[in-house]
Design a protein around this ligand. Structure first.
Ligand SMILES: [Zn+2]
Length: 336
């Protein structure tokens, strides 16, 4: 699954189109009507955790004249306000000004309003911009000015290129292509930056508090309420780097060890993001490895909370010894 650093790179692709109008659309998505975006301008981009948010809004004069008069903006009243990258816009103010609409303390991403989906721009009472939220499943991606090509033949021997979910052509000739993603409209990006491991506002103390619970640390690390953007790769790598067994209960670990785990997770995620910007390859120590860097045999098993998703976990029994043997063995049989 694209984790926080990957989604940040997708955002970089999109942000170069901010200020440009959408002239032509395509794609196979049934989750929204791509035609609704025609004639609108890309206003802003945000990343929160593993979600990419794009704001579309009122048509700029240039965009309308280019497109001709056939595409009327659905909100004529709003086309004169909230234009461009005006930092005084109501949405940015409410976003930057705090978490007033974030759904309460510790609240996860506000759920999208399913009922809004068919009428993307019909909400005339709302703010001048509308946000689309993209979630990229396991293999989703965003490309700028190029389509993905098949890298192998299918079962019948055909070379078939992947079908884009959404294609957006802009008025300066470039285009964005979105693959394998879920697309929903939402009122605004409502996650708290305090939970985003790649945000400067990431609240480390609150995250540390979550890690202290009597829960296996490998479960807590994937809890997006505290570690938005942290996925299975970062989980495995941070646990290895901190020399902590994945099923260790947070309540049994000394605070300095938990702090070290948190530091490793944040540092690994940040390095990964920087690496991605420079098109470098991030090196895994333990994820999908047979042996750890010390040469020990690595173990692999699916772990997850009783009510949640179980994710494959790699660990080195020698470098990451178990603490509180009895409790852990009990949990490992329950969790697998
Ligand atoms: Zn080892």
């Amino acid at each position: 699954m694209p984790e926080g650093p990957t989604v940040k790179r997708f955002q970089l692709h999109c942000s170069s189109f901010v200020g440009q109008g959408v002239t032509k659309v395509g794609g196979s998505t049934k989750q929204m009507n791509p035609d609704d975006l025609k004639g609108l301008m890309l206003q802003d981009t945000q990343v929160l955790g593993k979600n990419l948010f794009l704001a579309f809004g009122g048509v700029q004069e240039a965009a309308t004249s280019h497109e001709g008069s056939s595409t009327e903006p659905s909100e004529p009243g709003s086309s004169s306000q909230g234009m461009g990258l005006d930092r005084g816009s109501p949405i940015l103010q409410s976003w930057e000004g705090g978490k007033a609409d974030s759904g309460g303390p510790g609240g996860p991403l506000q759920e999208e309003h399913e009922a809004d989906l068919p009428s993307f721009m019909d909400d005339t009472a709302g703010p001048p911009w509308k946000w689309l939220r993209f979630h990229f499943w396991l293999y989703g991606s965003v490309r700028a000015n190029e389509f993905a090509r098949a890298n192998k033949a299918n079962k019948r021997g055909d070379w078939k290129d992947p079908v884009p979910r959404l294609v957006l052509h802009f008025d300066r000739g470039g285009f964005l292509v979105f693959y394998n993603c879920r697309i929903h409209s939402c009122s605004s990006p409502t996650a708290e930056p305090a939970t985003d491991i790649l945000s400067l506002e990431f609240d480390q103390e609150r995250a540390l508090g979550a890690l202290c619970k009597a829960v296996p640390v490998c479960h807590t690390l994937l809890d997006q309420r505290y570690f938005s953007g942290l996925g299975n790769i970062i989980k495995n790598e941070a646990l290895y780097l901190a020399k902590i067994h994945p099923l260790s209960l947070g309540s049994l670990l000394p605070l300095p060890e938990l702090r070290s785990l948190l530091d490793h997770a944040v540092r690994f995620a940040s390095e990964w993001f920087i690496n991605k910007q420079q098109r470098g390859r991030q090196h895994w120590q333990i994820y999908q490895k047979e042996r750890c860097p010390e040469g020990h045999q690595v173990r692999k098993e699916a772990f997850g909370p009783p009510d949640g998703l179980r994710r494959l976990t790699w660990w080195c029994p020698q470098c990451q010894p178990q603490v509180g043997q009895e409790e852990d063995e009990d949990l490992s049989t329950r969790g697998s």
